[in-house]
Design a protein around this ligand. Structure first.
Ligand SMILES: [Zn+2]
Length: 101
């Protein structure tokens, strides 16, 4: 995250301005740090990304989606022709298929 980006962020809890504390930089970007609000809320910056959602929530959401949809895009499990998903994606996107060989 770049320093100037912080002025565009507000606290999700109270919509107040956030103060930036830099722990580690990489060039002109903040690799790790903290965004803090006067209301007492704080949000970490990890690997250049401000994290406004608790880390466990990312993992829980991904885990749920992985368990529910892990076979959704496999044509072999949905008993479709092997290229049906790809052809459908191309037609929805409005692209013409091109030969791969
Ligand atoms: Zn706040």
């Amino acid at each position: 995250m770049r320093d100037a980006f912080a002025q565009h962020l507000v606290c999700p809890a109270c919509r107040g301005p956030l103060a930036v504390r830099v722990e580690e930089r990489a060039g002109d970007r903040i690799r790790t740090g903290q965004l803090s609000c006067a209301c007492g809320a704080s949000y970490p910056i990890r690997e250049f990304v401000p994290r406004f959602v608790p880390t466990d929530s990312y993992v829980d959401t991904f885990s749920f989606q992985w368990r529910k949809h892990r076979l959704t895009q496999l044509d072999t499990t949905s008993r479709k022709e092997s290229d049906e998903t790809g052809s459908c994606s191309m037609s929805v996107a409005g692209w013409d298929a091109f030969p791969m060989s």
